[in-house]
Design a protein around this ligand. Structure first.
Ligand SMILES: [Zn+2]
Length: 497
């Protein structure tokens, strides 16, 4: 997500909506091999230090299916999530993340399962115990109203927003934890998996989701479109769009398929800016990170009337207001576009192991956004500006790779603060100063290549830096990432904070 691009509409809605995360269940210790054969409940969360209840223990997700059906007036929906998984221990029961919504049916391997709810957890007890190593499929059907964006503030929301309606448009905004307001899922990026998303909506409207459109079926007043995401998809990056838009297609660099979902009446006015910026930004990033390194075969933009900018995988969410020729000329929209595209490497392809690792998403996105927008002199000025603010911000929010939950007014929005964005970018700049341009590029290229379509965290990054450079830079990086006082900037001993 971009730091300063939420339109007032959604910013106000978010501010009014988010109250803080309540359901926090600690993870159980990983069972020993023998204990893993004795059926026990799976852990309620992955033990994320900021969001301990997100994700679920006892199984690995292999595939997500999400089937969404919207009522003709768009005011209600049914969501069926089908999670194919692999038990990593013998399971007497296991959890999915879910909040709000009404549960209609839960099955495991096609048989009805007992279920109960506790906080933001759905506990599922299968009719038969699951053996360690067993593959299983859990299907959960829920129903819920679609939130009206105008009344989002009335919600007792404990997480990010989820799915909402704005006139005849539907959009979701999940980062970091809104997806389990929509359907029952393992709502943590460490449990990402390939996904199939089906959207059934009134035929008068169009629909889009992550991945590639693989089937369209019209059945009277309703049309179903199915989208396949072969790359693993974190639930925070789910894209669901329904509205009066048209989808235009383009050929991007070396065969990357581009698509833009644009409001019918403004498509012609928006296309030239995207045609000019998107292929150029992909080439720019490949120039730094390796020719042919872009992690996807398809990329695009979903233009929304509501606002916000979010790196929803393979189909970024950008506000219509930010896509006009005027916005590109005056608001620096091309940098926002570039920021969201860089997330396809940092955050989407290489996903954070825990939410405290999100500086690796946002720090990189801000770093490449700066490189894109500035020449060398301006870049240095802009980093120095950020360095000056660092100590005050670190005191407030805590270390870059270990932000304090209590520092966030809306705890559900942790770790999205200054340190994750600017602190992360400062650390990367400091590393480049320390190792030089050539080694820095080798680090960056190795990072996105070795962890492509994977999950990696701060410790993985520190190890990789050591291996690529042949130097022990652990103490240097940890002094940047785990301290509340900013270290001296290599090469700029005169900089003060
Ligand atoms: Zn971002």
């Amino acid at each position: 997500m971009s730091r300063n691009t939420s339109t007032p509409k959604i910013a106000a809605a978010l501010a009014a909506t988010l109250f803080g995360l309540t359901a926090c269940t600690t993870a159980e210790a990983t069972p020993t091999p023998r204990a893993a054969d004795t059926p026990r409940p799976g852990a309620a969360g992955l033990g994320d230090r900021l969001h301990p209840g997100l994700g679920n223990g006892g199984y690995d997700v292999r595939h997500y299916g999400l089937d969404l059906r919207f009522a003709n007036d768009l005011k209600h929906y049914t969501a069926t999530s089908t999670v194919r998984a692999h038990a990593s221990q013998a399971l007497s029961r296991f959890n999915l993340d879910l909040t709000g919504t009404t549960v209609r049916e839960v099955t495991v391997n096609g048989r009805k399962a007992r279920w109960s709810r506790s906080g933001e957890e759905l506990r599922v007890t299968p009719a038969a115990v699951l053996r360690r190593g067993q593959r299983f499929t859990v299907r959960v059907r829920v129903q819920a109203p679609v939130l009206d964006a105008q009344h989002v503030s009335k919600l007792d929301a404990g997480g990010a927003v989820g799915l909402f309606r704005y006139g005849s448009w539907i959009q979701d905004l999940n980062q970091p934890s809104g997806a389990h307001r929509i359907a029952a899922l393992a709502d943590h990026p460490a449990q990402k998996a390939p996904a199939t998303i089906s959207i059934t909506a009134p035929s008068r409207l169009n629909s889009v989701a992550n991945g590639e459109l693989t089937a369209t079926r019209r059945d009277g007043a309703y049309t179903t479109r199915r989208f396949e995401s072969r790359q693993k998809l974190a639930t925070e990056l789910l894209q669901i769009g329904v509205g009066p838009f048209t989808v235009v297609h383009r050929n991007g660099p070396h065969g990357i398929k581009l698509r833009y979902a644009l409001p019918k009446d403004q498509a012609r006015a928006i296309e030239p800016q995207l045609d000019r910026t998107v292929p150029k930004a992909i080439r720019f990033l490949e120039g730094h990170l390796g020719t042919g390194s872009f992690p996807l075969r398809t990329y695009g933009v979903y233009a929304t009337p509501v606002g916000g900018s979010l790196e929803t995988q393979s189909l970024a969410t950008l506000a219509i207001d930010e896509l006009t020729p005027e916005a590109f000329a005056n608001n620096g929209t091309d940098a926002i576009v570039e920021h969201e595209i860089s997330h396809e490497y940092f955050g989407n392809s290489v996903s954070p192991r825990r939410w405290s690792d999100a500086w690796l998403n946002e720090g990189h996105a801000v770093y490449y956004e700066r490189l894109w927008g500035h020449d060398a002199t301006n870049l240095e000025d802009s980093v120095r500006e950020s360095y000056r603010a660092a100590n005050a911000q670190l005191r407030k929010e805590g270390p870059i790779a270990a932000p304090r939950l209590s520092a966030f007014k809306h705890r559900a929005m942790a770790p999205y603060g200054w340190t994750t964005y600017e602190g992360g970018a400062l650390t990367l700049y400091a590393l480049r100063q320390k190792v030089g341009e050539a080694d820095f590029q080798r680090i960056e290229r190795a990072w996105v290549r070795e962890h492509r379509d994977g999950v990696a965290g701060t410790a993985d990054f520190i190890r990789l830096v050591g291996r690529v450079t042949g130097r022990d830079l652990g103490p240097f990086l940890r002094s940047w990432l785990y301290a509340e006082k900013v270290p001296a900037m290599p090469g700029h001993a005169d900089w003060r904070s």
